[in-house]
Write a protein that binds this ligand. Structure first.
Ligand SMILES: [Zn+2]
Length: 198
């Protein structure tokens, strides 16, 4: 009897080990394949600039830059809770959303300009209304606006976008490209060649 019990415990143990990684992987794929494109404008331009050398060659690019016109709405890529709203000299105005599954999305260089007043904007020009730390957001909800704050001043206005898993930025270009293609289809616009649509 005891031997049987041990055998059953052993089988359950092995099945658990075999099942866990694939279950975890499936939930990642599910999350990544349902992302909403973070910029609400079909006239967006991006390419796989993950890991490009930046600065004076002393750092690599941990995200994806999505260029669009200043003031274009930025939306949450998935459901979650706003866990950071802040300003820093390098990042400018930025925001992070915790998706509750180990994934965190980060939106950097939000708008700091008023029309005719470069850099005189503030939190009200960077973030959408009702966006605060602790706010529950749904995928596709407007959270902020494209800009050039922080060290993006002087560049083409763009969103620096990152997806971090357990705090580590991940290479997610293919998933964002797919989310852009879904966005195009959702607007019923003709299929374009490539993603450079400026
Ligand atoms: Zn960037």
């Amino acid at each position: 009897m005891k031997k049987w019990l041990n055998t059953i415990i052993f089988i359950v143990f092995i099945v658990n080990i075999l099942c866990l990684p694939s279950t975890a992987k499936a939930s990642h794929t599910d999350f990544l394949e349902k992302l909403v494109f973070p910029v609400k404008n079909i006239m967006s331009h991006f390419y796989d600039d993950w890991n490009e050398t930046r600065g004076n060659g002393d750092r690599t690019h941990d995200g994806l830059d999505i260029r669009s016109s200043k003031g274009t709405p930025i939306v949450a890529v998935a459901d979650g809770v706003v866990n950071t709203i802040a300003y820093s000299e390098a990042s400018g105005y930025y925001l992070a959303i915790d998706h509750g599954n180990g994934w965190l999305s980060l939106y950097v260089h939000l708008n700091d300009d008023l029309i005719g007043n470069d850099n005189l904007g503030g939190f009200e020009t960077a973030f959408a209304e009702k966006i605060y730390v602790g706010a529950v957001v749904v995928g596709g909800q407007e959270i902020g606006y494209i800009g050039d704050s922080g060290n993006a001043e002087g560049t083409v206005p763009h969103l620096h976008f990152e997806l971090r898993y357990n705090g580590v930025p991940q290479a997610i270009y293919e998933y964002i490209k797919a989310s852009f293609q879904r966005f195009e289809i959702s607007l019923n616009v003709p299929k374009k060649v490539g993603l450079n649509v400026f």
